[in-house]
Design a protein around this ligand. Structure first.
Ligand SMILES: *[C@@H]1O[C@H](CO)[C@@H](O)[C@H](O)[C@H]1NC(C)=O
Ligand SMILES: *[C@@H]1O[C@H](CO)[C@@H](O)[C@H](O)[C@H]1NC(C)=O
Length: 137
């Protein structure tokens, strides 16, 4: 009988997926677990314990919230797979490529996540003296 236990566990897991992806509490996730592509995300309805589709604001897509991995947040496309993705605090910012590009990452402190933005046309990004902020020149 012991030999059957893993198979039974696997069957139970498949059954719960088939039953509509049960969830608990105020959790949410991106469809298929993929960051940065979908305007819709799945929000747990804690009453029915089923994920329900919900939508990011126009122009934004679903990312896992780095400060609360069982929830998602909405952000601009292109911010999820970049090296700058990760935790940040306060008003910090970093250039993507100092002195050669205007692209930089500005911390959205409410989410603790860098969001990609850029200098006005024709200006390049430079890190400031303490390396915690940027200026465009
Ligand atoms: C549920 O989570 C969302 C996103 O993290 C948050 O904005 C909302 O306030 C939470 N709601 C409750 C009832 O905790
Ligand atoms: C660099 O920029 C950050 C964020 O704007 C600021 O808090 C910090 O004081 C700046 N450092 C210097 C040396 O100007």
């Amino acid at each position: 009988m012991v030999a059957f236990a893993p198979a039974l566990v696997a069957l139970a897991a498949l059954a719960s997926i088939a039953a509509g992806q049960q969830c608990t509490g105020n959790t949410s996730k991106c469809p298929n677990g993929i960051d940065g592509v979908s305007q819709t995300y799945l929000q747990c309805n804690s009453w029915t314990r089923q994920f329900q589709p919900a939508s990011c604001p126009t122009g934004q897509v679903c990312f896992v919230n780095p400060t609360r991995p069982s929830t998602v947040m909405c952000g601009l496309p292109g911010t999820g797979t970049l090296p700058a993705q990760g935790k940040c605090t306060d008003n910090t910012a970093k250039c993507a490529s100092p002195g050669t590009s205007g692209v930089f990452y500005q911390c959205e402190s409410w989410a603790g996540l860098f969001v990609q933005t850029k200098c006005p046309a024709g200006l390049f990004c430079h890190n400031n003296a303490s390396n915690t902020g940027v200026f465009c020149a």
